[in-house]
Design a protein around this ligand. Structure first.
Ligand code: PMP
Ligand code: GLN
Length: 407
C-alpha cells in the first residue's frame, strides 16, 4: 500500500471543495467564522504532489511504517475487547505511563490523575487549551513562522493574535521585543520547541527569559513540544515543565504521532497544573470526549520501554545528514536543523521567484514537493526558504537530493 499520501488523493479533493464553499452563498444572514482561513498548505502541497506524481517531502509524515510490535499491541487490545469509551481524560494506566516517561526523560513529576489529559492529537490539545484559556478581547503572542493551528483557534475566541518574528537566519526569539509587545490585554505566549518549520531548538537561556517575563506579566505559556524527542548534535530539549515556576503557568502539548511514526493515529496529550487541566478538560469533553481506546492501551505498553523513543535523535539525525550530504554542492543552502524532522533550504542564489512559485515549479517540473515558508508568516514574509520533511526512507532522501542537485 502506498504510504506517500497518494491514496488520499480523493479525500484531499473533497477537502478543497469544502473550503472554497462559502456559507454566505446559501444563508443570507450567516458569515464565515474563519473568513481568512482556506485549505492548509499541507493539504494543498500533498494534493499537488499526488497530481504530479512527485516525491512528497512537503506534509510532515513518515514514508516508513509504525513498528510491527506496536501495531500488534493495538490489534491485541482490540481482540481482547478493549473497544469501548475510555475515561474522558484518558486511560489511567496510560496517563501513569506518560508521567513515568516524563520523569525518566525530563526529571519531572506529575500527578497523572489531575495533571495529564489524553487528547486526539496535539491539534485537539491546542484547540481545547486555547478555547479553555483565552477570552474575547485578549491578546496572544505568537512567533512567525508559526505552525498553522494557533491563529484560527485564537480568532474563534474573538481574541487577537500578536505576531512577532523569529530572527531571519538563526530563528531565535528577541525577548526584548516580547516585553515591548506586552499590553494589559496580553494573556498568553505560544512557543514551539523544537520548532516547525525552522528546526530551531530553544535554549536554557531562552527558557529562563520566558520564565521571567511570564511571571512578571502574569502570562500563560502554551508550549507546543510535539517534537521533543527529536533533537540533534547533542542538543537537549528544554521543556517548560522543567522550570518549576514556569511550569505553574504553562500548558505543555505532545503527540505520539511524531514519536511513534503514526501521524494518522491522532494520540496526543496535555500536561498542565491541575487548576488549568480542569478548565481544559471541560472543553475536551465536548470536542472529542475521549481518544481511541486500543491505541491508548498499546502506547501505554510501548512507552514504558525507553528504547522505543531514545533512538529517535540518532535515527533522524542520520536522515537529516543523508539529505544534507546529498544536497552539498548544489545551489541550495541551509544550516542543519537542530530538531524536528524538517530541513529548511534557501534558494535565493537560484531564482528570484516567490517561495510559492518555486515550490510549485519544483513539484510540477521536478516531481519534488516541499512547503513554502511564507505560508507560516501572517504578513507573507518571503525569505526564499522551502521546508523539506526528512522523515523518509534513505533512498527517498537520496532521490530528492539528486533532484535538487540538478536545479
Ligand atoms: N504542532 C506542531 C508544531 C506540529 O508540527 C503538529 C503536527 N504536525 C501538531 C502540532 C499537530 O500534531 P497532531 O498530528 O498530533 O495533531
Ligand atoms: N504538522 C504537519 C506538518 O507540519 C502537518 C499536519 C497537517 O497536515 N495538518 O507538515
Amino acid at each position: 500500500m502506498p504510504l506517500n499520501g497518494t491514496h488520499f488523493k480523493n479525500l484531499c479533493d473533497i477537502d478543497l471543495r469544502i473550503s472554497t464553499f462559502d456559507v454566505a452563498s446559501i444563508f443570507k444572514n450567516m458569515t464565515s467564522k474563519l473568513p481568512n482561513t482556506g485549505t492548509s498548505i499541507f493539504t494543498t502541497m500533498s494534493q499537488r504532489a499526488a497530481k504530479h506524481g512527485a516525491l512528497n517531502m512537503a506534509q510532515g509524515f513518515p514514508d516508513f511504517d509504525v513498528s510491527q510490535e506496536l501495531i500488534d499491541r493495538v490489534a491485541l487490545h482490540m481482540n481482547e475487547g478493549r473497544n469501548q469509551y475510555p475515561p474522558s481524560a484518558g486511560i489511567p494506566d496510560f496517563r501513569q505511563a506518560i508521567a513515568e516517561m516524563h520523569s525518566h526523560h525530563f526529571g519531572t513529576s506529575h500527578d497523572p490523575e489531575t495533571e495529564i489529559t489524553v487528547t486526539s492529537g496535539a491539534t485537539e490539545a491546542l484547540f481545547s487549551t486555547i478555547t479553555a484559556l483565552i477570552h474575547e478581547g485578549e491578546e496572544v503572542i505568537v512567533f512567525d513562522p508559526a505552525y498553522d493551528s494557533y491563529e484560527p483557534v485564537i480568532e474563534l475566541q474573538k481574541a487577537k493574535t500578536v505576531h512577532l518574528k523569529l530572527s531571519d537566519h538563526d530563528f531565535t526569539i528577541g525577548w526584548q521585543e516580547v516585553v515591548s509587545a506586552i499590553t494589559d490585554k496580553t494573556r498568553a505566549i505560544i512557543i514551539n520547541t523544537p520548532h516547525n518549520p525552522t528546526g530551531a531548538v530553544m535554549t536554557d537561556a531562552d527558557m529562563l527569559a520566558l520564565d521571567k517575563i511570564a511571571t512578571e506579566h502574569d502570562l500563560i505559556v502554551i508550549s507546543d513540544e510535539v517534537y521533543h524527542h527529536i533533537v540533534f548534535d547533542g542538543a537537549k530539549h528544554r521543556s517548560v515543565l522543567q522550570y518549576p515556576e514556569l511550569a505553574k503557568r504553562s500548558v505543555a502539548i505532545f503527540s505520539f504521532g511524531k514519536t511513534f511514526h503514526a501521524t494518522g493515529w491522532k494520540v496526543g496529550y496535555v500536561a498542565a497544573p491541575k487548576e488549568i487541566t480542569a478548565e481544559i478538560r471541560k472543553i475536551h469533553q465536548f470536542v472529542t470526549f475521549t481518544t481511541h481506546t486500543p491505541c491508548q492501551f498499546a502506547i501505554a505498553d510501548f512507552v514504558r520501554n525507553p528504547s522505543n523513543y531514545e533512538y529517535l535523535p540518532d535515527f533522524f539525525q542520520k536522515k537529516r545528514d543523508i539529505f544534507l550530504d546529498g544536497v552539498k554542492g548544489s545551489r541550495f543552502e541551509g544550516s542543519p536543523a537542530s530538531g524536528t524532522y524538517f530541513q529548511l533550504l534557501r534558494f535565493d542564489n537560484i531564482s528570484k521567484e516567490s517561495d510559492t512559485e518555486m515550490a510549485n515549479r519544483l513539484t510540477r517540473e521536478f516531481q519534488l514537493a516541499s512547503i513554502p515558508i511564507s505560508n507560516f508568516f501572517a504578513d507573507g514574509h518571503d525569505a526564499s526558504y522551502l521546508r523539506f520533511c526528512f522523515a523518509k526512507e534513505d533512498n527517498t532522501l537520496e532521490k530528492a537530493a539528486e533532484i535538487l542537485q540538478k536545479i
